[in-house]
Structure formats: structure tokens, C-alpha cells
Design a protein around this ligand. Structure first.
Ligand code: NAD
Length: 487
């Protein structure tokens, strides 16, 4: 390999080594200028006692090069092992996961021949913060955290991506009809950022959005989503193109970026020279664009498209009536090398060399988020969550009212989000986890921490087992908490 940009490389587990060898063979032949630093991650490292699957000295290489080409790894089941991908993404601040999902008809069988969608998934926040607690015998909780900065960074990244790659539209999917604060923030930031760009934009509730994507993916271009929805939707989208084996993905941060195939280590076919190296090869094309070697990226991607078009296929996409040749992993790599310099004739050729002289530099510019002055925040009450196995809502209300003071009084009790006091319905199923809302009798009157602590002391003295509290605030006069369903 010609020397050039330092890149950390991990061959990975299962089919990882064979698809990585084929990929590096193509990059070398195409003239990629890379200084490769090989590191070990995955199964052997987990077995050496590193529960994250990554050895301490590997971090040093990743932080120095800032670019990681990674083969798939096997995550051992059970035993307290953590996901290597989640650890690397979050530790190194890779906030954007970018996954192009393209159909290649008629060379790869698909029901959606005109599909060409890019999924941009937020990578760090949401339920993936992994903040979970068991609070009562019956109830467990996972915190869904969104930040304004996190939302803005990913949404801005999606619009910048669309602009740089001549995409026409950015769609956003959330569930803000239900989660008005969290998903509502993501949607609101999307509308704010969209107003700065001369691109089409639209929002769908995630359920109908997913249904439309599965039915008519040609409606969409770039889709930006919060973490969990993006995780699910990106696999749906990849599968719709015809094969998960063809997809590459990029994880992008301000300091580090990681490129990998979207599939796993496929242990069932490892070591047989039959795996398709295309997912990793296309990930390496994204890496070449990222490090500014756009001419090499274009050379490799077009040679790969030509190989596909010439019917040279690995077993996973081979079709007796349309393919010309069924080849192994290494042979597929050699077939791509033989076509370097050629362009596809039926599939659309890619173009990465920018028309505008400064576009490559522009592409690497870090995303900056808008600074907002702090809002006028006032505490107007507290939700006290109580663990009680035996109480009815009315009994519990009676005990709580005996312990309350003049300043913070019981306003409402809900169970699993549904109001059960006052005037609950007998049909509502209740578990042992009660949200008890206390506010000043004049509900918008400000209260302070000392009043909340007084209330909690009285509740403790009355033998109430409270498991957590959430203070109720207004921000600039707007209530910043959800009402109980039915309140
Ligand atoms: P998988 O993606 O490895 O395999 C799913 C199916 O697709 C299998 O039938 C496999 O043979 C086939 N397949 C996958 N890649 C292929 C390729 N390049 N060419 C031809 N066929 C291919 O998913 P899995 O079986 O659920 O997971 C296996 C292991 O991989 C697990 O330990 C899982 O945790 C891990 N995994 C790792 C990553 C990653 O490193 N990013 C991603 C997903 C899964």
C-alpha cells in the first residue's frame, strides 16, 4: 500500500479476515494512500478479559489516526460482555451513523428497483444511554435522554450530507404525537434547521413513515432519526435493497470515524472463501471520501458496480438466470481490481470528485450547534414515585394527603402513565409503581428544594416507600412535564 493517511484496521472475527483481505487488495490496487495500523478487537480480546472487546493500547491508535476500518466482530453471549460498537462509538463521540441503502436491479433481486435511500441515525443518545433501574418488584425503567445539542448535531449533519451529495429531500421520523417532550424536541429542531436549507423536508410519525418506506422507498431520499428508531429502520432499509451483505456504514464524529459492513461476522460461513466482501468494500469507499481520496473512492466504487453488472457474483447474490459467474471472496476482489478504470454501463456510475474546488474541504468541516441562552426555569411541583404492592389508588391518596403540607398538595396519582386518582376507572390495571404529583394549591406557584425535602421527610415518616422523584418545572412559563393520561 502506498503510504499516506494513517488508518487503524481491525480484521475482526468470523468472515472478517477474508473480507478485509479482499477489500485491502482492491484499495491497494486502486492506489489508496494509507498507512495501516493493525489492531485486534473482538472475540480474542473479550476472551483475554477485556469486557468491552477492545484492549487499552487500541484506544491510543484510534485516537491518533481518527479513522477506523473495522471487520465484523462476534459479541459473546452473556457473561457481562459489552457491545464493542456501542463502546467505540460513544467513547469517541461518533454521533452520526450513515447507511446508504441502494438497489442494484436487475443484478440483485429486489422488490424496490428504484430504491436509493440514506439513513442518518443519531448514535449516542436516546435509550442507548443505557441508564436503567429496577424500581419496584414489578417495574423497571430505561431513561430516554435527548439533548438539544445532540438533536441539532445529527439533524444538521443530515442536511449537510444531503447538500454535499446533491440529495433533494430530508425526511424526519419521530413519535412526537406521544412523546411530546423528547421526540417533540427532535422534530422541533428538525424544523428549525430545515428552514436554513434550500432542500425539501418533511416529517412523518415513525409508524406510518416505516410503513411507507417498506412499501414505496422511492418516496424517500435522506431520512434522519433518533437512535432506537434509526437502529431498526436502517436494517429494514438495508434488507429492502435485496441483501444485507451489500451494505456499508460510516460512524462519524468530530475527532474519529469508523467504517464497517452492516452485517455481522457470519460464523456459519467463515473460512470458506464464500462471503461477499462488498459491504466492507463500500464502507472503505465511504472512508476514502472521508479522508479526501475521492478519486480513489470513485475508481473503486465504479469498478465494483461494473463487476456487479458483469454478473460476477458471490453466492449470496448469485442467480442462475442473470449471473454470469459464481466466485469466492478473494476472486471477487480480483474481479473488481481487473475492472479498475471501468465504469458501469447500466447501473448509474458514482461521482465523488467535486465540481466545486473547495467542496472536499467543506465536507470535513465539523458541525457546530447554535448556542441558546438559558431559559427562565421555575420549580412548580414534584412527582414522587412510590412503591406500594397492596394499596388501591384511593387508599394511597388518603395516606399521602395525611402527610402532605400546605405548600405541596397531592394533585394526581397515575399508574403506568394513566391517571387513577382522583376519579380513576376501575378497569385500569394498576401495578406497584405509583406516580404521585404534588403541586402548590395555586398550581403555577413556584416552590423550592426545601419544600420538596420537607414533603419527602413527612412521607418517609409516614412509612411511604418513595423510589424516586422528578421535579416539575416550567421553562419560560411553559410546563415542561407530561400530564397523566386522562388528567
Ligand atoms: P450476520 O450478519 O453475521 O449473518 C446473518 C446472515 O447473513 C447469515 O446467514 C450470514 O451467513 C449472512 N451473511 C452475513 N454477511 C454476509 C456476507 N458478507 N456474505 C454472505 N453472507 C453473509 O448476523 P448474525 O448471524 O446475527 O450475527 C453473527 C455475529 O455477528 C454475532 O456475534 C453478532 O453479535 C455479530 N454482529 C456484529 C456486527 C458488527 O461487528 N458490526 C454487526 C451485526 C452482528
Amino acid at each position: 500500500m502506498t503510504t499516506g493517511t494513517p488508518v487503524t484496521v481491525a480484521y475482526g472475527d468470523g468472515i472478517g479476515p477474508e473480507i478485509m483481505r479482499a477489500t485491502l487488495h482492491v484499495l491497494d490496487a486502486a492506489g489508496a494512500r494509507l498507512d495501516l495500523e493493525r489492531v485486534e478487537v473482538g472475540l480474542d480480546v473479550y476472551r483475554d478479559g477485556h469486557s468491552s472487546g477492545i484492549a487499552p493500547d487500541t484506544w491510543e491508535s484510534l485516537r491518533r489516526t481518527g479513522v477506523f476500518l473495522k471487520g465484523p466482530i462476534t459479541t459473546p453471549q452473556g457473561g457481562g460482555y459489552k457491545s464493542l460498537n456501542v463502546t467505540i462509538r460513544k467513547s469517541l463521540g461518533m454521533y452520526a451513523n450513515v447507511r446508504p441503502c441502494v438497489a442494484y436491479p436487475p443484478f440483485v433481486a429486489t422488490r424496490h428497483p428504484s430504491m436509493d435511500v440514506v439513513i442518518v441515525r443519531e448514535n449516542e443518545e436516546d435509550l442507548y444511554a443505557g441508564i436503567e433501574h429496577r424500581q419496584t418488584d414489578d417495574v423497571v425503567q430505561c431513561l430516554k435522554l435527548y439533548s438539544r445539542q445532540g438533536c441539532e448535531r445529527i439533524v444538521r449533519y443530515a442536511f449537510e450530507y444531503a447538500r454535499r451529495n446533491n440529495r433533494r429531500k430530508v425526511s424526519c421520523f419521530t413519535k412526537d404525537n406521544i412523546m411530546k417532550l423528547t421526540d417533540g424536541l427532535f422534530h422541533r429542531v428538525f424544523e428549525e434547521v430545515a428552514a436554513e436549507y434550500d432542500l425539501q423536508h418533511e416529517h412523518y410519525i415513525i409508524d406510518i413513515g416505516t410503513a411507507l418506506l417498506a412499501d414505496s422507498p422511492e418516496m424517500f431520499d435522506v431520512i434522519v432519526l433518533p437512535n432506537l428508531y434509526g437502529d431498526i429502520l436502517s436494517d429494514v432499509a438495508a434488507q429492502l435493497t435485496g441483501s444485507v451483505g451489500l451494505g456499508g456504514s460510516a460512524n462519524i464524529g468530530d475527532h474519529c470515524a469508523m467504517f464497517e459492513a452492516i452485517h455481522g461476522s457470519a460464523p456459519g460461513i467463515a473460512g470458506q472463501d464464500i462471503a461477499n466482501p462488498s459491504g466492507l468494500l463500500l464502507a472503505s469507499v465511504m472512508m476514502l471520501v472521508h479522508i479526501g481520496q475521492r478519486e480513489v473512492a470513485e475508481l473503486v466504487h465504479n469498478a465494483w458496480l461494473r463487476t456487479l453488472e458483469d454478473g460476477v457474483h458471490t453466492a449470496d447474490i448469485y442467480m442462475a438466470d442473470t449471473s454470469a459467474q459464481c466466485v469466492g471472496t478473494a476472486e471477487f476482489g480480483r474481479a473488481v481490481v481487473a475492472r479498475l478504470g471501468q465504469r458501469p454501463e447500466r447501473l448509474r456510475a458514482v461521482r465523488y470528485i467535486p465540481d466545486v474546488a473547495d467542496a472536499a474541504e467543506d465536507a470535513a468541516a465539523p458541525i457546530t450547534v447554535t448556542a441558546h441562552p438559558p431559559a427562565d426555569k421555575r420549580m412548580v411541583g414534584v412527582d414522587v414515585f412510590v412503591h406500594d404492592r397492596d394499596a388501591s389508588a384511593d387508599d394511597l391518596a388518603e395516606r399521602l394527603q395525611k402527610a402532605q403540607g400546605d405548600d405541596l398538595q397531592l394533585l394526581m396519582i397515575s399508574n403506568r402513565g394513566v391517571k387513577v386518582w382522583p376519579e380513576g376507572l376501575p378497569e385500569t390495571m394498576c401495578v406497584d409503581h405509583w406516580r404521585c404529583r404534588f403541586q402548590h394549591p395555586q398550581s403555577d406557584r413556584e416552590v423550592d428544594h426545601a419544600q420538596v425535602i420537607d414533603l419527602l421527610t413527612r412521607l418517609a415518616d409516614a412509612g411511604i416507600d418513595f423510589v424516586k422523584t422528578e421535579q416539575l418545572y416550567t421553562f419560560d412559563g411553559e410546563p415542561a412535564y407530561s400530564l397523566g393520561q386522562g388528567q
